[in-house]
Every structure is written in C-alpha cells, then in structure tokens.
Ligand binder design. Structure first.
Ligand code: ZN
Length: 263
C-alpha cells in the first residue's frame, strides 16, 4: 500500500499526534515558543546556538501543553548509532533533565517517564506495546535507518518486556521526505539493497532522493509489526518552513523538534 494512503494523524495548534498510539504522545512543530530568528519559535534543542533561557522556557511551554512537568522529559545525546537505553523515574528531574547518556533509542515501562527524541529532518519514531504496557522512542537519521534501528526498537520491547511484535503500534513522525532529500547514488543503492525498491527515487536529472520514513516503515514490518499498526505522518520538514525546522533547508542553523510518548 502506498504510504500516502495512511494519514490518520490529527493536528492541534503546536503538536501532531497519531491515532495509533493509545498513550499520551506528540510530535512538536516549531509553533508556539519564545525563540527568535532561525530558532523561532518553539526550539526544544539545547546547544544549537539558541539562548539557553529561551530553550528552557520552550521546554516549560511544551511540557505544560502536554500536561507534563518539564522534569519528565527524558532524552539522550543522539549519536546516529543503534544503542538503546532503558530509563525510569530516576532519570526525571525538577526541570528538563540533562540527556541521560549516549544513545539513539530509549525504552521503558515505568509510568510518568516521557521518552523524548530531538530532530530537525531525521525521523522520530514512537512505539507502544499495549500488551505489555511498554514504550520506546527512536532517533533515525539515514545511518540509523540503514542499520534498521526501528527493527531493534521492536526487538528491545520484545526481548526485555515480552511484547508481541504484531501487537506493537508505531508512529513515524515528520521528517525530510523524498521530495527534498537528495543523496549520493551510492547511498541510494545501499538503501535499495537493504530495503528493496521504492525507498529511493530517481528523476531523469539530478541526484536520487531517499525516503527514510519508508525505510523505517519497512524495518518495522521486518520486525513483525503489522502494516495497519504503523502511521506515517505525511509532512516534509524541509518543504514546510512555517511548521518545521529543517537542518538541510536551513543549512544547519535551526531549532529542534521534540517527539515524546509517556505511559
Ligand atoms: Zn519536501
């Protein structure tokens, strides 16, 4: 089924949500914060050149809008790898906690721990295992996607908590899409070898274009998640400058979105 046919996503003022996930969750947009210039306005990424006070205030604004306290927003230092960290209430704090370690995925079955991923073109992926009451959040840029980090997320929920892959629900958040994501031919071919035709497209001229959301979707299917259990948010971060930061479009000087889910 072409992924364009799956659009069960409801939009609110500042946060996108998926009907797949029966737990509190969201994908932030850039709307509704206090940052300015290239970080306007809801920049939720520290250490990207924005004023720390504004980033902190954005964290409070975003948390409040989700019915959370800032101290529940637990994240990691994302390094384009495939390592996962299990986190719990001990990682929560009074204010937005510092990243708990280096990883590109988090998982838990403790209540009140909001697993957070920061992105500005890469794919944020949220997973919910309703049978075992467990969740995972994943950062998948092209390196993570190629290494099938989405598949590893399912394996973690399955191996650590006994979740049945076919019961897992997943939402693939806003990312740069094939309309804007030109890559070198070698990379496109690597993705096609790994995930099959259709993860890259070629025009008559110019570089191939990669669909990393689709690569992640196929990695989830490989892991045993059912097609009807997967949502793909049909937004391109690079196309839509009104709603999204884009690392590529903005040449690296831009904010970060936060994607989260919490039991
Ligand atoms: Zn685009």
């Amino acid at each position: 089924m072409p992924i364009e046919e799956k659009i069960p996503v409801v939009q609110s003022a500042t946060t996108l949500r998926s009907k797949q996930l029966g737990v509190r969750h969201g994908f932030s947009t850039r709307l509704g914060g206090v940052s300015e210039g290239p970080f306007a306005s809801l920049n939720l990424g520290p250490n990207v050149g924005d004023e720390p006070e504004r980033v902190e205030q954005n964290g409070r604004i975003f948390a409040r809008a989700q019915g959370l306290s800032p101290g529940q927003l637990v994240s990691v230092r994302q390094v384009h790898g495939t390592h996962f960290l299990e986190v719990g209430a001990a990682s929560c704090a009074d204010r937005v906690p510092a990243p708990v370690g280096e990883a590109d995925g988090l998982y838990t079955r403790e209540r009140g721990v909001a697993l957070c991923i920061r992105t500005a073109d890469c794919v944020p992926l949220l997973l919910w295992a309703p049978d075992q009451g467990a969740i995972a959040a994943v950062h998948a840029g092209w390196r993570g996607a190629l290494a099938a980090i989405a598949r590893r997320a399912v394996e973690h929920l399955s191996e650590h908590y006994g979740a049945a892959p076919h019961s897992i629900k997943a939402a693939i958040g806003p990312s740069i899409r094939s309309c804007c994501y030109e890559v070198k031919n070698d990379l496109a071919m690597e993705f096609e070898r790994r995930f099959g035709e259709g993860v890259a497209s070629r025009a008559l001229e110019g570089s191939p274009r990669l669909d990393i959301a689709e690569a992640n979707r196929r990695a989830l299917l490989e892991a045993g998640v059912l097609p009807e259990g997967i949502d793909v948010v049909q937004s391109c971060t690079a196309c839509d400058s009104a709603r999204f930061f884009s690392h590529r479009r903005d040449r690296g000087r831009t904010g970060r979105h936060l994607s989260f889910l919490v039991l």
